[in-house]
Ligand binder design. Structure first.
Ligand SMILES: Nc1ncnc2c1ncn2[C@@H]1O[C@H](COP(=O)(O)OP(=O)(O)OP(=O)(O)O)[C@@H](O)[C@H]1O
Ligand SMILES: [Mg+2]
Length: 356
């Protein structure tokens, strides 16, 4: 049954019921309240006049009831049609969204419930459109990042097969670097896809978070000193908390490697850890040029990277996306700000109750 028919039926029922009740009330009132008066009146009137009078009154009441019912039926139909007519643009809009057309928007004409519904549907269409664009950008970036090293490999192999290029060890070393780059990209993509699909769970266990942090810093010391960058740890002697050490290591590794890569020689990278009750806060702060403002708002989305990062030796723009995913998997938050350099702060709960 259509909504219009349901509305019509409900309205007719209500008006029919109220007309019926009024009629019944009138009959009861006349027969109870005026019976004595009618009997007295009957004694003074010529015979046959009183029954005719009563018949006329009852007939009039029945006719008025039928008229009221017909009017109610007509009004109910008009009202139901007007209401469903207001809904039809919503139905058409939802059908367009279901068919993949996300460009249209509903006019928000009134501030009633239907106005709110129009606003909510428009917001949903906007979100879907943004997700669609993100997916297209993501696919384009994956295709581009896979195609470039593959094209290099193919050109080199063809050159060697036709004898144009000499198959010397340096060439093979270069090709091996391209293959490694491809392997890393595919692994990063797999990690990101699995973690986002919830397929990679975190395995918390009690850890010395201070030792974990110092280990990351020590691993980067040779690279930092080779680049003339001072790596400064600010870590308490010991700090126990329950985290997935491999994932937190991965997060810190990405933040520290980003900082060392972007800070010019003579710059500083400070890695600190502080416990605030059941929360551990890591901060990696550098005094480099800072993440460009155009990137900052969505730097944790996959393949978002600076223009200077598009060379073949540069990163793929997945590091912060993966870091953000692991921090969220811990029920924590990664916040990146830019002031005099870049400051990445990771807040993670390290004791139960764990966030849902
Ligand atoms: N400390 C920093 N200082 C300046 N820019 C930064 C810093 N950290 C990140 N960025 C910018 O943010 C972009 C995204 O960083 P992200 O770690 O996600 O990717 P990546 O380092 O380019 O590649 P990957 O980590 O996958 O090897 C970088 O390309 C860079 O432009
Ligand atoms: Mg990185």
């Amino acid at each position: 049954m259509t909504m219009e028919a349901r509305l019509r039926r409900a309205l007719i029922l209500v008006s029919g019921l109220s007309s019926g009740l009024t009629l019944a009330g009138t009959v009861v009132m006349v027969s109870l309240g005026f019976s004595d008066t009618l009997r007295t009146l009957g004694r003074h009137l010529a015979p046959g006049i009183l029954p005719a009078l009563v018949t006329a009154v009852v007939l009039g009441a029945v006719l008025a009831g039928a008229g009221a019912f017909a009017l109610a039926w007509w009004l109910a139909r008009a009202l139901a049609r007007a209401l469903t007519a207001r809904l039809s643009p919503f139905v058409a809009f939802s059908r367009r969204i279901a068919a993949g057309d996300l460009h249209g928007r509903l006019p928000v004409l009134e501030s009633d419930e239907l106005g709110e519904l129009a606003w909510a549907l428009n917001t949903m269409a906007g979100e879907l459109q943004m997700a669609d664009r993100r997916r297209e950008t993501f696919l384009a970036a994956v295709a581009h990042d896979l195609r470039t090293p593959l094209a290099v490999l193919q050109a080199n192999l063809e050159g060697m097969m036709t004898g144009v290029l000499a198959p010397d060890p340096e060439r093979f070393a270069g090709l091996s670097r391209e293959v490694n780059r491809l392997i890393r990209l595919v692994e990063d993509l797999l990690t990101l896809a699995s973690a986002r699909a919830g397929a990679l769970a975190i395995a918390r266990r009690p850890q010395d978070l201070a030792a974990l942090t110092r280990a990351v810093v020590e691993r980067f010391e040779p690279l930092a000193s080779a680049r003339g960058v001072a790596l400064v740890p600010a870590v308490p002697p010991s700090a126990t908390g329950s985290v997935d050490p491999d994932r937190i290591d991965e997060v810190l590794t990405n933040l520290v490697s980003n900082a060392i890569r972007h800070v010019p020689p003579g710059g500083h990278v400070k890695v600190s850890l502080a416990l605030e009750g059941a929360i551990a806060q890591w901060t990696v702060a550098d005094d480099g040029p800072g993440i460009p403002a155009s990137l900052l708002a969505h730097v944790t989305e996959p393949f978002v990277r600076g223009d200077s990062e598009r060379g073949r030796q540069a990163g793929s723009g997945l590091g912060l996306a993966i870091a953000d995913t692991w921090v969220r998997a811990h029920g924590g938050k990664l916040v990146i700000t830019v002031d005099s350099g870049t400051r990445a702060s990771v807040r993670v709960p390290i004791a139960p109750p764990w966030p849902a």
